[in-house]
Design a protein around this ligand. Structure first.
Ligand SMILES: Nc1ncnc2c1ncn2[C@@H]1O[C@H](COP(=O)(O)OP(=O)(O)OP(=O)(O)O)[C@@H](O)[C@H]1O
Length: 285
């Protein structure tokens, strides 16, 4: 095969990866009976959760309730003691074939807390890491094209590509982390506290970016946050972790109608009321 033919084949493979149709699945992520323990400390005790295709699901809960552990379990970075996790009908546990496992993993992108960029690589090189891993034969020109496209997609200026993380503002680091999570054109996006550490204006812009990308790309988003403004601005539904389980899932009005004390305190406490008030003002504009 000539080099041109090989690159054409790789381009075709990349294009096919974009052909994932989340709408074929009503439920993108299905978790049943999840148990996670560290020594004697039980984090999840038979936790159930469905993430619907195409929704932005906010995941909230007090500190240490196991939001990150849940995310890590879903993407295969944490091996649970018990339970089933299916993503688009497949379970990493039961996939025997390495190729099939790679195919499933390619369907999601993860933005860890703090962006988790490689400090010795430029923004463009960071974005290219997952591309190199999944498509080792892709030539540099195509890698550069894709990185430039992702940089633009998350609203970074073109000159951000060659910069190193230390040269970027906090908001730009978040956007670069998001660009890397989007490198493989995932159907599913995992975001762990994406607005933590941003000023309110930067956080609001980032919320708007997530909502816009999710709408235009038809993404399903699993979004861990403590930020009430983010919940109001971006999430279709919210899952509440407490008592080692998901104690409620629903829209914010549905959650407000439940009587659980933590949910009432969270949404009806001073910060919750302030976020709800700001949201109503924004909607009237
Ligand atoms: N690798 C690990 N080893 C031991 N304990 C762990 C490990 N990872 C997580 N834990 C514990 O599991 C619990 C849940 O942690 P997790 O990070 O999921 O909480 P969280 O809800 O995301 O918290 P926060 O909102 O503070 O980020 C915590 O008590 C944490 O200390």
């Amino acid at each position: 095969m000539s080099e041109d033919e090989e690159q054409a084949e790789i381009r075709h493979e990349l294009a096919s990866a974009e052909a994932v149709r989340p709408e074929e699945f009503d439920v993108a992520i299905r978790v049943r009976g999840l148990v996670n323990r560290f020594g004697d400390a039980v984090v999840h005790d038979h936790l159930d959760l469905d993430v619907r295709s195409g929704e932005i699901l906010g995941v909230v809960g007090g500190s240490g309730t196991g939001k990150s552990v849940l995310m890590r379990s879903i993407v295969g970075l944490q091996i649970p003691q018990a339970g089933e996790i299916e993503v688009y009908g497949k379970s990493l546990d039961t996939i025997a074939d390495e190729e099939e496992s790679r195919d499933l993993r390619r369907r999601w992108g993860v933005m860890f807390q703090g962006g988790a960029l490689f400090s010795t690589l430029s923004v463009a090189e960071n974005i290219q890491v997952p591309l190199r891993e999944y498509y080792p034969r892709v030539d540099q020109q195509l890698l550069d094209e894709i990185a430039a496209y992702k940089v633009a997609m998350v609203g970074l200026p073109p000159d951000a590509g060659p910069k190193f993380p230390a040269e970027l503002s906090g908001g730009m680091v978040k956007r670069a982390g998001l660009a890397r999570a989007l490198a493989l054109d995932p159907a599913l996006l995992f975001l762990d506290e994406p607005t933590a550490g941003l000023d309110p204006i930067g956080a609001a812009k980032f919320d708007a970016l997530i909502r816009e990308l999710a709408d235009t790309m038809g993404l399903t988003v699993f979004l861990i946050t403590h930020d009430l403004d983010t919940l109001y601005a971006t999430c279709d539904r919210v899952a509440v972790l407490a008592e080692k389980k998901v104690i409620a899932v629903g829209t914010i009005p549905e959650l407000l109608a439940t009587e659980h004390p933590w949910i009432q305190e969270y949404f009806n406490g001073p910060r919750g009321r302030a976020a709800a008030g700001c949201n109503q003002i924004a909607e009237r504009r």
